[in-house]
Write a new protein. Structure first.
Length: 301
C-alpha cells in the first residue's frame, strides 16, 4: 500500500488553557486536493502549522512524506510549497529578486514555469513587492510556492480578501499544480463554494475536532435538503428522524438531514406530511448543520 503524503494520528495541541486540536486524525494521498473548512478558531491553521513543523504536538503523531517535520525540517520543507493569507513577502525586494531568492533554496525550481505564471498574472518583474496590491502580492507568493514543483502544496486561506479574478487565477494555478504532476494540495478556506469547486476530499474541523471527513461526493451524497409539507400547522419544528436543521414555519419546512431519503420520507409521513422535493445538500448547508451555525433540530424542538 502506498504511503500517504500526510499522516496525522490522534493529534492534540493546547495553548495555555485552550485546546486547539483534540485527537485529530487526517491523511492525504498523492494527486488529490484536500479542502479544510471550519469556523475561525476551529483549528485549521494550527493543523497546517504542525504539517510545516512550526508546532510540536502535545500528543499524537504527524508524518509528512513519512518523516517528522519537527525533527527533520530540511527534508520535509524542501518538498513543500506554502502560502498563507498574510502573503508575507520581503517588501524591499523586486519580484524578480524574490524569484531568484526562492530559487536558491529549491534545486527543482522551474524557471520557465515561473516566467509563464508571471506572464499569466501580468506581474512586472521589476516592481518592488511594497508597490504591489494585495492581490498581486498573493500572486507573487503563489508563484514562489509552486514554481519549484512541490510534492505538497499547503495553502492557508490563500484567497482571503482578494477579488474574484485573482481568486480564480489562484484556483486555476492550484488545479494545474495537481493535474500536471499528480501532486497533493491541502488548502483551508472559509469560502465554501471554492472548496466545493476545487476539492476531491473535504474535512470539517469544529472546536478542534474532526466533525466530518471524506470524499466530497460521498459527503454531499450523505446529506440532503428536503422541502416538506404537512397537513397540520406546527408552531415549532416537527421532530423528524435524521433531521439536523429545520427551518420554516406552519405547514411548510425546509430540512437538512442525513441518512437515507427513504427513512426520512417515512418519518415525515408518520407526522402526516410529505416530501415535496429533495436534493443533495451543498457543502455550506452541511457545514452550517454540523458546525452549529444554525439552530439544531433537537434544540429547536
Amino acid at each position: 500500500m502506498e504511503q500517504p503524503v500526510v499522516d496525522v494520528t490522534g493529534l492534540s495541541r493546547s495553548f495555555a488553557h485552550k485546546t486547539a486540536l483534540d485527537g485529530v486524525s487526517f491523511s492525504a494521498a498523492a494527486g488529490q486536493v484536500y479542502g479544510l473548512v471550519g469556523s475561525n478558531g476551529a483549528g485549521k491553521t494550527t493543523l497546517l502549522k504542525h504539517l510545516l513543523g512550526l508546532l510540536r504536538a502535545t500528543s499524537g503523531s504527524v508524518r509528512v512524506f513519512g518523516l517528522d517535520p519537527v525533527r527533520d525540517p530540511a527534508a520535509v520543507l524542501g518538498r513543500i510549497g506554502y502560502l498563507s493569507e498574510e502573503h508575507e513577502l520581503p517588501e524591499w525586494m523586486r519580484v524578480d529578486e524574490l524569484m531568484r531568492y526562492t530559487q536558491a533554496f529549491h534545486p527543482t525550481w522551474d524557471t520557465a514555469y515561473a516566467r509563464e505564471l508571471l506572464d499569466t498574472f501580468a506581474l512586472d518583474p521589476a516592481k518592488k513587492i511594497k508597490e504591489l496590491s494585495k492581490g498581486m502580492r498573493a500572486q507573487a507568493g503563489l508563484i514562489a510556492a509552486v514554481a519549484h514543483r512541490p510534492e505538497l502544496l499547503i495553502l492557508d486561506e490563500p484567497s482571503s480578501g482578494l477579488d474574484a479574478v485573482v481568486r480564480r487565477d489562484i484556483l486555476d494555478a492550484i488545479v494545474r499544480a495537481v493535474a500536471d504532476d499528480g501532486r497533493t494540495v491541502i488548502f483551508s478556506s472559509h469560502l465554501l463554494d471554492e472548496v466545493e469547486r476545487m476539492s476531491d476530499h473535504v474535512t470539517l474541523l469544529h472546536e478542534g475536532r474532526v466533525a466530518l471527513s471524506g470524499v466530497l461526493d460521498d459527503v454531499r451524497g450523505a446529506y440532503q435538503r428536503s422541502r416538506v409539507h404537512f397537513t397540520e400547522h406546527f408552531d415549532r419544528p416537527p421532530a423528524l428522524d435524521t433531521a439536523l436543521v429545520t427551518e420554516g414555519g406552519g405547514r411548510t419546512w425546509s430540512v437538512v438531514h442525513s441518512g437515507s431519503i427513504q427513512q426520512f420520507r417515512e418519518s415525515v409521513s408518520a407526522r402526516g406530511g410529505e416530501v415535496i422535493e429533495s436534493r443533495d445538500a451543498t457543502l455550506e448547508e452541511i457545514f452550517l448543520a454540523r458546525a452549529g451555525r444554525a439552530r439544531p433540530q433537537a434544540e429547536a424542538a
